[in-house]
Design a binder for this molecule. Structure first.
Ligand SMILES: Nc1ncnc2c1ncn2[C@@H]1O[C@H](COP(=O)(O)OP(=O)(O)O)[C@@H](O)[C@H]1O
Ligand SMILES: [Mg+2]
Length: 330
């Protein structure tokens, strides 16, 4: 059995319907009417130890709801979850010892006490042996730049500093799996950089499994080997990032730096399978479909009209590919 096994998972929320207009609204306060809403709709996946998974999808697609079920905070309406063979809601304490949870908009630390005291409380709670605690604290302080923050209460820290402390706290007890729900939302670039380096190191060196949701595709590109894309509570795609890139990246871009692009622009020259964009007088961008033409043909075509000074060929990034899958532009 894989470390995380999710089968036909469903979560339904009951939502109050509020009527339109004051009269209706008043009526509904006294006679509430509920509708069922499926936030997670028959999701299955399995994750092996050591994997790094990006759980992505548009707002409201059911990411946080799934994470809450995986961590045992919410009970599924139907379907099953096994984490290391356990059902998280049934064996919550045992499960909690093996997981770390980070939520971008909620802190697990104590607002009024110095960070180091919160860390020590976690140590007690999770019964972390002194030597492990000290070793982790030292290493995490270094990577996350926590030295000057440890003796300050959380309320005096910036959002980025707070998040770095929260993430360090989630790894202090050497969890097998860490769930990160929007850990970098609204953060400064220094904090983002440190957080990414830290998570990557934990995954590389300690084989810590993690699932991360993020709107920032740089997090996903840097940290995840696999993505699970969901929309309206359903899995749309589940694959290795590299595979996704290969499968969907039929379009490539070539950027030409030329002496001037006048001859090409004014002639409105066309090549099937290629769309040209004129960024300024010295730059031409060509997006081409690899099934129709190859790079050499595109380069040859442009060089007929303009002397080329430099060429850069790029694929599309994973963010564009994901948008294309979601909005069916492929
Ligand atoms: N406690 C709740 N009660 C009713 N509806 C909810 C609740 N929590 C989330 N939802 C709804 O479920 C859907 C999925 O929410 P969520 O899992 O938070 O999405 P995501 O994290 O992908 O943005 C949304 O439409 C949201 O409004
Ligand atoms: Mg969310």
């Amino acid at each position: 059995m894989a470390l995380i096994e999710v089968e036909n998972l469903v979560k339904e929320y009951k939502r109050k319907i509020s009527g339109e207009g004051i009269k209706d609204a008043l009526y509904h306060i006294l006679h509430p009417v509920y509708e069922t809403f499926r936030a997670v709709d028959d999701i299955s996946f399995s994750i092996e130890k050591g994997e790094s998974v990006g759980y992505i999808g548009p707002n409201g697609s059911g990411k946080s709801t799934t994470i809450k079920m995986l961590t045992g905070i919410l009970t599924p309406t139907a379907g099953s979850i096994h984490i290391n063979g356990r059902i998280p809601t049934k064996e919550r304490i045992k499960n909690n010892r093996e997981i770390g949870v980070v939520t971008g908009n909620r802190s697990t630390l104590y607002w009024d006490v110095p960070i180091i005291e919160s860390f020590r409380l976690f140590q007690k709670l999770y019964e972390v042996p002194d030597n492990i605690f000290r070793k982790n604290l030292e290493e995490f302080t270094e990577i996350m730049g926590l030295e000057s923050l440890l003796h300050v209460p959380e309320r005096q820290l910036s959002l980025g500093q707070r998040m770095r402390c929260n993430i360090a706290a989630a790894f202090l007890h050497n969890p097998k799996t860490v769930y990160l729900d929007e850990p970098t939302i609204g953060l400064d670039s220094e904090s983002k950089r440190r957080i990414r380096t830290f998570i990557k190191k934990m995954n590389d060196e300690r084989d810590t499994t993690f699932i991360i949701t993020s709107h920032d595709f740089q997090d996903i590109e840097m940290l995840c080997r696999r993505i699970i894309l969901i929309n309206h509570g359903k899995v749309v795609l589940d694959n290795d990032i590299e595979k996704v890139r290969k499968d969907f990246d039929q379009k490539k871009k070539v950027r030409f730096e030329v002496e001037n692009n006048y001859a090409m622009k004014s002639g409105e020259h066309c090549l099937p399978g290629v769309s040209f964009q004129y960024i300024d007088s010295y730059l031409i961008e060509a997006e081409y479909n690899t099934e129709e033409v190859d790079a050499m043909t595109v380069v040859g075509f442009v060089s007929k009209y303009c002397p080329i000074k430099d060429i850069t060929i790029t694929g599309r990034d994973i963010e564009t590919i994901v948008q294309d899958i979601l909005y069916k532009r492929l």
